[in-house]
Design a protein around this ligand. Sequence first.
Ligand SMILES: [Zn+2]
Ligand SMILES: [Zn+2]
Length: 304
Amino acid sequence: MTVVIVFLGTSAATPTRSRGLPSIALKLGGEVLLFDVGEGTQHRMMAAGISPLRVSAIFITHLHGDHFFGLPGLLQSMAMNNRIKPLLIHGPPGISSFLEAVFKASGFQPPFRINVREGLSLKYRADRYVVESFQVCHTGRPALGYRYREKDKPGNIDVGRALKLGLKPGPLYRVLKEGRPVVLGGRVIRPEDVVGPPHKGLRIVYTGDTRPCSSVVEFSRGADVLIHESTFTSDYEEEAWEEGHSTARDAARVARAAGAGLLVLTHISARYQDSSPLLSEASSIYPFTLVAEDYMHLAIRGPW
Ligand SMILES: [Zn+2]
Ligand SMILES: [Zn+2]
């Protein structure tokens, strides 16, 4: 399956003419996962051709307005579009009381079920993937990053070796690929005898807002894509640190330390109309770097 990352909003704190507030959609076939819902997200989804009805789960990184003020409008539009499918919303403590206050003040109650899971260590398991949260280093308030991790796909059967053991293609191949031994003519054949190494599932990490942080390095080890905030260039290093943000140089160092595949910089301060200084700063340290732009699509082929 090809996973498509769609950057819906790539600005920091305030929108600009070309950048909306933070939101990233992960398109998994017909299903969509949303990471952060800055104000205006639903409009950008419309422009990107992403239906709110396809969103199965939302993951909010932290309760700074630029990352979640788009939630009430999106929920209301889901209701107007006759959504009946339940929706999962994950976020740090406080997200439930925010939603309750919105529903109480507006008198709007979604006609579909919303399951809110709030906490610092969240895990959402689906058949083929898991989304886990981890704490990042932002301001004094709780802030999370998220990792999308697919299960590894079993390796291929070495048919030549299997035939030598008298094992012809058939249902037993599947049993072995599932990791169970089979018995053939009184002899046990174990998966490791004939099954090659597993195909690694995709891993995509999104930091939300953070200073350079060891937990990001930890959770991004071996990630295919690391989407790291990069609010400033290092000319504003002190400001970045004080406000709990990263520079492009910080993000590149984290990507290098983690051995991530591709680094994508996002959460770009409104002061940069031209993002090339961020790109050149990061890519001098970590060459596999892109700066996210609104509506940018990244398609990554996974093993499934
Ligand atoms: Zn922010
Ligand atoms: Zn923030």
